[in-house]
Design a protein around this ligand. Structure first.
Ligand SMILES: [Zn+2]
Ligand SMILES: [Zn+2]
Length: 336
């Protein structure tokens, strides 16, 4: 019997339904786990995603795309294959995709995290026989602190900078991290500004009903005094750029899981690094995999070899799958 999911040069493919999952070349039919650019590419003839992903997919790929949406847990049938989307807790609208055919069940995780970020629909484990998992942070050294600890650190950093009249510029991935950060800033401290790329993303998300703290537009005509002591949320590419200079005296920080890597802060010329990720850490990956009850595990993204070897030692039938998904270094390399 041929496998329900095949790993091809253009992406994960379900031949029975003639549909790809997050393909990286243009195809006829694509299922999309979430709207990050390494998963949601342009040029497909037909897209199927969660309903919550549609506004941001249209914003990023063009309003002309041919797309339909399902609610989480809602089922559809394509040539006998039952397809459904289940919360992945990664960013707004993000999903794991479940495919079932003649009793065989596969789940493709996309990107995921287990901690409830208060914005994404929280991760739900889905039982299956075969699980395709990401492993962006698939090393035991990656162990996240509770998010509140990190937000307290960020707010404290802001207060300290403010007391010196210094602007706090913090880099956050515009879709996902920026909203998570904004919602957890202590808005009583001072003014919060957002880069245009982030403001535009927030407009789209607010229109679909997400409530977000208000940010101020960065007005180029204002003087340094106007910005003194404020917080500025910017995409990673705006860091250490001419754009930063308009704020006068400032400190720059990044909020990303990659800040856990020794030397990363220095390499990026940052004053501060805050370790907060929208991906599962080592324990999170292991917990999620156990909860699926799957025997067969296919590992994509990041530390695939090491993580698959570890899983085989735990008794799983684990394989590395070559994909063109980013290692989510996009998280710190994103350009607006
Ligand atoms: Zn992602
Ligand atoms: Zn990814």
């Amino acid at each position: 019997m041929k496998s329900l999911i095949q790993f091809t040069d253009i992406g994960l493919y379900c031949p029975q339904a003639n549909i790809y999952i997050d393909p990286w070349r243009p195809v006829k039919n694509a299922l999309i786990t979430h709207a990050h650019s390494d998963h949601a590419r342009s040029g497909h003839q037909y897209y199927l995603s969660t309903k919550a992903s549609i506004p941001i997919l249209k914003y990023r790929l063009g309003s002309f795309i041919n797309i339909q949406g399902l609610e989480y847990n809602e089922k559809t049938q394509i040539n006998g294959v039952t397809i459904s989307f289940h919360p992945a807790g990664h960013i707004i609208g993000s999903a794991q995709i479940r495919l079932e055919y003649k009793g065989e069940i596969w789940v493709v995780s996309g990107d995921y995290k287990l901690e409830n970020d208060g914005i994404s629909t929280p991760f739900e484990p889905v039982k299956c026989h075969s699980f395709v998992t990401e492993s962006t942070f698939g090393l035991p050294a990656f162990k996240w602190k509770e998010q509140q600890v990190i937000f307290d650190e960020i707010n404290q950093w802001w207060r300290t900078n403010q007391s010196k009249g210094v602007v706090s510029i913090i880099a956050a991935y515009s879709l996902g991290k920026a909203q998570r950060l904004l919602q957890n800033l202590d808005m009583s401290i001072g003014k919060v500004f957002a880069h245009g790329a982030i403001e535009n993303t927030h407009e789209v998300l607010k229109k679909q009903g997400l409530s977000l703290h208000e940010t101020l537009k960065v007005d180029n005509k204002k003087t340094n005094d106007f910005f003194a002591g404020s917080m500025v949320i910017a995409p990673p590419a705006a860091i250490s750029s001419t754009w930063s200079k308009k704020f006068g005296t400032y400190e720059e920080a990044h909020v990303s899981g990659w800040m856990a890597v020794r030397g990363m802060k220095k390499r990026r010329n940052l004053d501060q690094g805050f370790v907060l990720s929208d991906h599962a850490d080592w324990d999170g990956l292991n917990t999620a995999i156990r909860a699926t009850g799957a025997e067969n595990i296919y590992v994509t993204h990041g530390y695939t070899e090491i993580f698959a070897k570890w899983l085989r030692e735990q008794g799983y039938n684990a394989h590395v799958v070559k994909t063109e998904f980013g290692d989510d270094l996009a998280d710190i390399n994103e350009t607006p």
